[in-house]
Structures are given as structure tokens and as C-alpha cells.
Write a protein that binds this ligand. Structure first.
Ligand code: CA
Length: 229
């Protein structure tokens, strides 16, 4: 399941703080990407499309606030939750006043436990399946915690790849996924899989979902990829 775990980008210029966050995030099972400054952060956001950004407010050159502004101004990245780290509460007030669009703020020195709790709160909203939540789409229920899928009350039998595929689709009903995006999410970025493989697994997923009747909920979007509903 490691491939579907959320990826967190940590933007922090202090090395020791970066390492503490990396250690704790990896211990929670998250993928971690590190940036030392705002420029590096912007590059990594484009390349890695992280699921959440922990962003220090005080950074050299491009400030945290500027990174936040750019992320929230871009339609491609604006849905990525940002948790800002701020050294003093006065700054937090200022951050709030500037309405940068950060999703949450944590004041330094912060407790790692508290930061992790806030991070999970954001991810339950944006990556519910990866956080073990129960998702519903029409008559389909996916219980990520229990690893079970039901349709019209009947349990369905899905292979592990089909389960990850369905949980990815159910996290964002209506979103059109390219084959490459699905491969990154379901198999992981570092693994080479032919894009036609995805078609095979979508076929298996459809078959499993329709095993007891019901319409095909996975739509083929011609020239693009797949979408739920
Ligand atoms: Ca700093």
C-alpha cells in the first residue's frame, strides 16, 4: 500500500528541523520530500505534486508567504493543503491578515504530535482513502480502514491493485485521471509500468464492480483516461 500513502513536502531552511519532520512523517508512513528554500519548493511542487505542504514562514529569498500565495493562485495546485509554521504568534496574526489561503497554522516551537494531528485532519479531507476513511459513491462503499468494498450491500472481491485504483477514483469522483497519473498514484512514481497495464486493471475493476449487477461506474474519457461517474 506504500504507493498510495500521501506525499508531504517539507519546506524549512533549518536542517535540524527538516530532519525531525522527515523522521516523524516517515514514521507515520508518509512519503517525504524536502526543500530548503522557496525556489526549491516551487520546483518540487511542480515535479512531485505533493498531497500536503508543511511550509515555514521564514525562508531566505522567496518567503513562505510567497510560496503559499503562488500555490493557491495556481488552479493546478490550489487544492494542496498548506500548513504554515510560524516562529511567533504575532506573525500568525499577520499571516491570517494577509489571507494567503494557508489551510492551517502552527506556531513554533510546536509539538510534533500536534502538527501530525493537524496534518491528518487536512489529509482526511483531501486523501480520505489513504487515511483509512470510509468512502461512498452511489451504491458503492469502500472501507479503507477495513479494506473492504461493498456494492448495494453486497461484499465485492477486489485484487490489491483494483482496490488501490478504486480508492484513488473514489477520493475524487468526477476527476478525469490520465493513465500516467493513475500509474503514479496506484503503482508509485519510481516503478515502470506500461500504460496499457492500467487498462487491464480498469477492466478487472469494472468486472468486479458489476459482478452482482449494476451499471459500469468507471467512465473511459476518450484520449485522456478514466473518471468515476
Ligand atoms: Ca526558517
Amino acid at each position: 500500500m506504500a504507493q498510495t500513502q500521501p506525499c508531504v513536502l517539507v519546506v524549512e531552511d533549518e536542517g535540524a528541523q527538516r530532519e525531525v519532520l522527515k523522521y516523524n512523517l516517515e514514521a507515520e508512513g508518509f512519503g517525504v520530500v524536502l526543500a530548503e528554500n522557496g525556489d526549491e519548493a516551487m520546483l518540487l511542487i511542480a515535479e512531485e505534486q505533493p498531497d500536503l505542504i508543511v511550509l515555514d514562514w521564514m525562508l531566505p529569498n522567496v518567503s513562505g508567504i510567497e510560496v503559499c500565495r503562488r500555490v493557491k493562485a495556481d488552479p493546478v495546485t490550489r487544492q494542496i493543503p498548506i500548513i504554515m509554521l510560524s516562529a511567533r504568534s504575532e506573525e500568525v496574526d499577520r499571516v491570517r491578515g494577509l489571507e494567503t489561503g494557508a489551510d492551517d497554522y502552527v506556531v513554533k516551537p510546536y509539538s510534533v504530535v500536534e502538527l501530525m494531528a493537524r496534518l491528518r485532519t487536512q489529509l482526511r479531507r483531501t486523501r480520505p482513502a489513504s487515511m483509512g476513511e470510509r468512502l461512498t459513491f452511489g451504491d458503492i462503499i469502500l472501507d479503507a480502514g477495513e479494506h473492504r468494498v461493498f456494492r448495494a450491500g453486497q461484499p465485492l472481491h477486489l485484487g490489491p491493485t483494483e482496490f488501490r485504483l478504486l480508492s484513488t477514483l473514489m477520493e475524487k469522483p468526477g476527476r478525469v485521471w490520465s493513465r500516467e497519473q493513475l500509474l503514479d498514484r496506484v503503482w508509485g512514481r519510481d516503478i515502470y509500468v506500461d500504460t496499457r497495464t492500467i487498462d487491464v486493471h480498469v477492466g478487472r475493476l469494472r468486472k468486479a464492480l458489476m459482478a452482482n449487477g449494476g451499471d459500469n461506474p468507471v467512465r473511459t474519457v476518450r484520449g485522456t483516461g478514466y473518471s468515476l461517474g
